[in-house]
Design a protein around this ligand. Structure first.
Ligand code: F6P
Length: 324
């Protein structure tokens, strides 16, 4: 393989830049020409494709966001869009792709291969940590630490005012950020999409806390919780609790997607970027590079897309025990 291209797609994640850097510097090391594609699949369709050198990725290992920008492309979901993308890649002589993103990104890459036989190797870039085939995804550690910093601050004011706080963290289909930040932040309860926590149980937990003279409580809610987001939940709980409680809701939102990547994320992203590039050079296709038990492995896209990555339910049990 003589010429490859790298792009970032879907929701951005801190550490994506370190991953791009590893792909580009790895390509330079191996004597492979490397191109960047801006704005994910949209840039592929529009021909926003440019050569990258070692210098293109100087001074980015520590930066959040993605220098290649990102998008969730609707056009690439159409056969016409994919045809345009293929024509653009051919006109630039691109033989293989490195896709940094999540499930939507890999679904697109697989469809593209079925039609045009362009091989792609993926690197898992999403704060949600919801990809089968890797213990951790790029950006997850930073997002957990960002959420934790906010939770610690909210705890100060919750305590001063004897309040109950519902803090919503990201995770459309996944409770990973909620569980980790909840444990580290000493939350009373963590609510996640994977496990139903019935509202009466939340009410009971709060009441038990008050009976033990707890004056403030923090409940972490993943945005995709089955019972509703934090605003909906807080209202339902207010109705059911039967006493007038001082309650506030904070949605942390997109601050979790930005910021300086942690050392962990930079190292993970570097390993996965180089691993994805070297996999592609060795003939891997339609697989995601991942780190499982500290070993680099490649998992077929079809598995990363279809197989669930279960949360550790024992950690939810631990939250309850430790908040007594
Ligand atoms: O997939 C990562 C993620 O941050 C989810 O946790 C969240 O639901 C979603 O992206 C938000 O996407 P957008 O930035 O498009 O609103």
């Amino acid at each position: 393989m003589k010429r490859v291209a790298v792009f970032t797609s879907g929701g951005d994640a801190p550490g994506m830049n370190a991953c791009i850097r590893a792909v580009v510097r790895g390509a330079v090391y191996h004597g492979v020409e490397v191109f960047g594609i801006r704005r994910g699949y949209n840039g592929m369709i529009n021909g926003d494709i440019f050569p990258m050198t070692s210098h293109s990725v100087s001074n980015i290992v520590q930066r959040g966001g993605t220098i290649l920008k990102s998008a969730r492309s609707k056009e690439f979901m159409t056969p016409e869009g994919r045809k345009k993308a293929y024509d653009q890649l051919m006109s630039h002589g691109i033989e293989g792709l490195i896709a940094i993103g999540g499930n939507g990104t890999f679904t697109g890459a697989l469809k593209f291969f079925e039609e045009y036989h362009i091989p792609t190797v993926g690197a898992p870039g999403t704060i949600d940590n919801d990809l089968y085939g890797t213990d951790y995804t790029i950006g997850y550690d930073t997002a957990v630490n960002t959420a934790l910093e906010a939770i610690d601050k909210i705890r100060d004011t919750a305590d001063s005012h004897d309040r109950v706080f519902f803090i919503e963290v990201m995770g459309r289909d996944s409770g990973y950020i909620a569980i980790q930040s909840g444990i580290a932040g000493g939350a009373e309860l963590v609510m996640v999409p994977e496990v139903l926590t019935p509202i009466p149980e939340v009410v009971e937990t709060l009441k038990q806390g008050w009976s033990r003279s707890k004056s403030s409580s923090i409940i972490i809610v993943a945005e995709g919780d089955v019972e509703g987001n934090a605003v909906v939940l807080a209202e339902q709980i207010r109705e059911q609790v039967g006493v007038d409680i001082d309650m506030r809701v904070t949605t942390l939102g997109h601050i979790q997607r930005g910021g300086v990547p942690t050392a962990y994320d930079r190292i993970l992203a570097s390993r996965l970027g180089l691993g994805a590039l070297e996999g592609l050079m060795e003939g891997q296709k339609n697989v995601m590079a991942g780190i499982v038990n500290n070993e680099l492995i490649y998992t077929p896209f079809i598995d990363t897309i279809k197989l669930p990555k279960p949360i550790n339910e024992d950690l939810l049990r631990m939250v309850r025990i430790l908040s007594v």
